[in-house]
Design a protein around this ligand. Structure first.
Ligand code: BES
Ligand code: ZN
Ligand code: ZN
Length: 497
């Protein structure tokens, strides 16, 4: 899909679907359409009354076009209240409705009027972002029956200055969305194909396409054993597919002293291991590499965005499977920082892989570290399916990530790293146990476990178990399956870091 920004009239655009965003300001009044012809205003008034349309979020109204226009339909779409902080999220919702309406009616070209003074360049970016998210389909295994993709969206801006400003932001959205799409494809690809080797090749392709800004190192099992990654390799020991430890490095072409490490959980399938998951809980466990997918998608944007910070991306990729060589409940392993871990539940495997990934990357002395992991079902219980749990040992860094998420339109909420719960992961016979002694607060004790491997470095842990994979549509613009959650926040974060 191409998105253009032009200065011009909606009815001269030549598009099939003409879209007019409408704010909710009490009852719908035709003066909201004062720049359009009178016949349209009258028709809109009548339909709005009859169908109770007022511009509220989620509402839309499809109207026949006025005489003399070649378009197929006019769509009024609600963007909710006219409040500064709400316009952008309102437009995202509106964009989703606009795209689904066009697709349902078999229309491939859209023009949308953003000439009102309340719409600035951030509105164009939000619209483009949500439209691209809404247009996403995963077609690899569905060749016989392809879903229709949109052709073009033309955004109409008020004046030449706004055209230029909006164009820049739309292009930015397109770059970011390329990364999000890569992440979604990786998550949606079934685990039979999305093996650690396949994941590492996807990362290699990103590095190869980066004009030398991103380099990659992939370690095999023996190399990880030399680095004494006993926790990660314990998870990998039961799997038929070989583990791959992936280290991406982005070196900013602009001078910088700042550096960041981003760590993604890359369990390509989580059966639970010998602590086997029930069948229902396993159905979506190809998504257990969504943190890794977000890291790879994020790296795909870096060559073009060129943020002024050096960035490491780390993924300890493996399956968590059942076999005669699987790790057993009760076994004790040693992580690469020397800590011994009693494994009492093989389904709490993510923290084991992350322990060695984080220890490894701290040797590069990053200024800060962010990990993204589909880590605990408990986080989904706590915050529901759409919100990421954020835990941090650094208030400032945590706030920066929360602010980035809010701007990017990804929902995150802070959970505490409660020191009083720390003794729940003490083992009688090792330094740590991989599951807590209490049934409650499982996300927090998982975060506390990870904290044992951050050596006091400013760090943010993002438990993305809920929003990484949508079991049902998450908004008007984010459908089922892999969401690429995290990519947009990471981009925004490094651009403000
Ligand atoms: N991959 C799962 C967590 C998960 C659950 C991700 C639902 C996405 C959706 C993780 O490895 C896991 O199984 N965690 C266990 C931990 C428990 C054994 C302490 C869980 O949440 O039940
Ligand atoms: Zn698990
Ligand atoms: Zn898992």
């Amino acid at each position: 899909m191409t998105i253009t920004v032009t200065k011009g009239g909606l009815f001269d655009s030549g598009a099939e679907l003409l879209v007019i965003p409408v704010f909710a300001q009490g009852e719908f009044e035709s003066k909201q359409l004062k720049s359009f012809d009178e016949a349209l205003q009258k028709r809109a008034m009548k339909a709005a009354k009859a169908l109770d349309f007022s511009g509220k979020l989620g509402q839309s109204l499809l109207l026949p076009v006025p005489a003399g226009s070649n378009a197929d339909d006019v769509l009024l779409v609600g963007v909710g209240e006219k409040k500064r902080e709400q316009i952008v999220s309102g437009l995202r919702e509106a964009a989703g409705i606009m795209v689904t309406t066009a697709k349902r009616r078999g229309l491939r070209t859209i023009a949308i009027d953003l000439t009102q003074k309340d719409f600035k360049e951030d509105a164009a970016e939000a619209l483009a972002t949500a439209a691209l998210l809404a247009d996403y389909t995963f077609e690899t295994y569905k060749k016989g029956n392809p879903d229709k993709k949109l052709g073009t969206i033309d955004i109409l801006a008020a004046d030449a200055r706004m055209v230029a400003a909006m164009r820049k932001r739309v292009q930015h959205a397109q770059t970011v969305l390329d990364g999000v799409t890569i992440a979604r494809d990786l998550v949606n690809t079934p685990a039979q194909e999305m093996t650690p080797a396949h994941l590492s090749e996807a990362a290699r392709k990103i590095a190869e396409a980066s004009n030398g800004t991103v380099s990659i190192k992939i370690l095999n099992r023996e190399e990880c054993a030399e680095l004494k990654m006993g926790a990660y390799l314990a998870v990998a020991q039961g799997a038929h597919h070989e583990p791959k430890f992936i280290h991406l490095t982005y070196t900013s072409p602009r001078p910088t002293k700042k550096s960041l490490a981003v760590v993604g959980k890359g369990v390509t399938f989580d059966s639970g291991g010998l602590s086997l998951k029930p069948a229902d809980a396993m159905m979506s466990m190809k998504c257990d590499m969504a943190g890794a997918a977000a890291v790879i998608g994020f790296f795909a944007t870096l060559a073009r965005l060129k943020p002024r910070v050096n960035i490491h991306g780390v993924i300890a990729a493996t399956e968590n499977m059942v076999s005669g060589t699987s790790i057993r409940p009760g076994d004790i392993v040693h992580a690469s920082n020397g800590k011994s871990i009693e494994i009492l539940n093989t389904d709490a495997e993510g923290r084991l892989t992350l322990a060695d990934a984080m220890t490894y990357i701290l040797k590069e002395k990053p200024d800060a570290m962010i990990d993204l992991a589909t880590l605990t079902g408990a986080c989904v219980v706590a915050l529901g399916e759409e919100i990421t749990g954020l835990m941090t040992n650094d208030k400032v860094l945590g706030r920066q990530v929360l602010e980035a998420a809010a701007r990017a339109g990804e929902k995150m909420w802070e959970l505490p790293l409660e020191a009083r719960y720390r003794d729940q992961i003490n083992s009688d016979i090792a330094d740590l146990r991989n599951i807590p002694t209490s049934r409650y607060g499982g996300s927090l004790t998982a975060g506390l476990f990870l904290q044992e491997f951050v050596e006091g470095k400013p760090w943010v842990h993002l438990d993305i178990a809920g929003p990484a994979f949508a079991e049902r549509p998450m908004s008007s613009y984010l459908g089922k399956g892999g969401t690429g959650h995290g990519v947009r926040t990471l981009v925004d974060f490094v651009e403000h870091y």
